[in-house]
Write a protein that binds this ligand. Sequence first.
Ligand SMILES: *Cc1c(COP(=O)(O)O)cnc(C)c1O
Length: 355
Amino acid sequence: MKKHNFSAGPCILPASVLEKASNAVINFDNLDLSLLEISHRSGNFVSVMEHAKELALEHLGLQNKGYTALFLQGGASMEFLMVAYNFLEKKAGYTNTGTWSDKAIKEARLFGDVVELASSKAANFNYIPKNYKIPTDLDFLHCTSNNTIFGTQLNEFPQTDCPLICDMSSDIFSRQLDFEKFDLIYAGAQKNMGPAGTTLVVVRESVLGNVSRQIPSMLDYKVHISKDSMFNTPAVFPVYVSMLTLSWLKDQGGITAIEKLNNQKAEILYKEIDRNPLFKGFVSNKEDRSKMNATFSLVDESLTNTFDGLWKQAGINGLNGHRSVGGYRASMYNALSIESVQVLVDVMQNLESNA
Ligand SMILES: *Cc1c(COP(=O)(O)O)cnc(C)c1O
C-alpha cells in the first residue's frame, strides 16, 4: 500500500499524475519516443509548456491581465538573487519570517540596501510579525507566504505602492488570494506542483526594466519572457509533471475546491494537537498556523520512540520536523487525502490511550 506521505518537499503528488508521467517517460503522446528524448522545440513539447503556463495563470485568475508565467531552473533559491538582480536599484524591504526569507535577504544584500521591515527571527520564527512600517522609497517589498520549516502562514499581505514580490513555494495553488496584489510570484515546483527542477515565476510585465545594471541573459526575466521560457533547454520532465498536476487540480475544481479540503485537513489535525495532552503546537499565535505545514512536538520527549514506531507502523512517511525546529511536521499539500490526516490523528490518539 502507498505510504501516507507527509513529506515537506519534494512532496506527495497525485497518483494519477505519477502514472501519466511514468507512461510519458516510455511513450509520450504516442510518438513511440520518450518525453525525455525529444526536442524541447518539438510541437508536442511546446504545447506542454504553453498549456502549463496557461493553467498556472488560469488557476491564479491572472489571464489577460498583463502577467506572464515562466518555468525557470535553479529552484526558488535562484529567484532569491534573480529578484534582486532585476528589481533592486537602491533599497528593498523584506519581511523576515523564516529560514527561506532569511536566505532571500542574504542574497539581496549583494545588490543594494535591504531593510528588514519586520522579523520574528529572535523567537525562532514561531509567529508572523504584523503592524510594521513600510518606507515609501522601496524598489520592492518581498515576503514569504508560507514558512515551510516553522509552520506559519501569512493571512494578510502588505499594502504597497512599490512592487510586491512573494515567495509562494510552499502554498501556491492551495488557497485563494487576491493574486493581482502581487507583481511577481515565484514557487519551486516540488512543494505543491511537481518534481524538483523547475520554478514557476508569474510576473506582471510592466514592472520589469527599471534597474540600470546589466543583467546576464539567464538571470533576466525579460529574456525568458521573450523566449517563452525556452531561452535554453527547459526542465522538460518537471514542466510536464507540473502541467499534469495543474490539470489534475482543474479536474478537482481548482483552488476554491482544493482550499476547502485543505482547510478541513488542517482543522482535523490542529484540533487533535490542541486536544491531545501529549502534544503541543510550535506556533505561538493560532491565527498564524500554516494550513500546509503543521509543526508540533511531544510534551514528554521520552515518548519519542513509541510515537515514532506507531506512525511508521501506520504507513506514515516524512513526519520528522526540520532540524531547526525539532519535533514533528505534517505537510498537508494538495494531493494529501483527508484519510491520511485521519490516520495520523488515530495514531496520536492511540499513543494517548496507551501512555
Ligand atoms: C523549499 C523552499 C525554498 C527553496 O526551494 P529550492 O527550490 O530548493 O531552491 C524557498 N522558499 C520556500 C518558502 C520553500 O519552501
